[in-house]
Design a protein around this ligand. Structure first.
Ligand SMILES: [Zn+2]
Ligand SMILES: [Zn+2]
Length: 241
């Protein structure tokens, strides 16, 4: 048996009630992380360009008591809007001192040439003749653009969009993955291995690790009882060279 990967002592993607689809408070998530023995926790909620609660969220996290042995970071999760890599974040978003620690770049919709394409629209375009290679070029270009647009970001459940549009990570070429990994390393972007979406897979993770990208574990928890509990992520990390 391989030893437990040290990344499993962290959970870098935990939602609170600041996201409309999550049920636990910041304090409940922090307590759950501490109880399960995590040393690193990133508190993350969904934003759009219209979101106004980020300063309040930052103050609320700062007001929480931090249990001994636990380091807390913050983040906001935002979708990539188009193939340029533009992100759906508030214009006045503050990163670093007095603000959040990182933006989580999410492929919730397909980053199309003229804005976000729903999975259904993207599947229809593929059906109507959009070449798989061209679609994947758009996706990788968008992720790279997004990584360059914000400092020290984190890729949330990267490539989770692919099964939703009828594709798989195996459709990505080695060159796609090499570019993706090299640009993540260049921009100091962290890649999370996501329990809920079971991605990225071993090929992408191997490319990332070979490029020197930091891999972190995440549950994408929407309820405190899920914080820090891994099965798929442990398996993915164990098989990644
Ligand atoms: Zn997400
Ligand atoms: Zn999330």
């Amino acid at each position: 048996m391989s030893p437990r990967d040290p990344a499993l002592a962290g959970d870098f993607h935990v939602h609170s009630t600041y996201s409309d689809d999550a049920v636990s408070s910041l304090g409940e998530n922090i307590a759950a992380a501490s109880a399960i023995g995590l040393t690193q926790l990133r508190l993350v909620d969904h934003v759009r360009s219209s979101t106004t609660w980020v300063p309040e969220f930052v103050r609320a996290v700062a007001a929480e008591r931090v249990p001994e042995g636990l380091t807390i970071r913050t983040g906001v999760e935002a979708k990539i809007l188009d193939s340029s890599g533009a992100l759906d974040i508030p214009a006045d978003l503050r990163l670093g001192a007095g603000g959040i620690d990182a933006v989580l770049i999410a492929d919730h919709q397909f980053p199309g040439t003229d804005g976000p394409w729903s999975p259904r629209t993207t599947a229809a375009k593929l059906e109507a003749g959009l070449a798989v290679g061209d679609a994947l070029d758009l996706l990788v270009t968008a992720i790279v653009g997004a990584m360059h647009s914000v400092a020290a970001a984190q890729l949330a459940h990267c490539f989770s969009i692919l099964p939703k549009i009828g594709l798989a990570e195996d459709d990505l070429t080695d060159e796609h993955l090499a570019v993706w990994a090299a640009e993540a390393a260049l921009t100091a972007t962290v890649v999370e291995v996501n329990e809920k979406w079971a991605c990225p897979g071993p090929r992408a993770l191997a490319a990332a690790r070979a490029a020197g990208v930091v891999l972190v574990a995440s549950t994408d928890s929407h309820v405190a009882t899920d914080v820090g509990r891994y099965s798929t992520v442990a398996r993915l990390l164990a098989v990644t060279p």
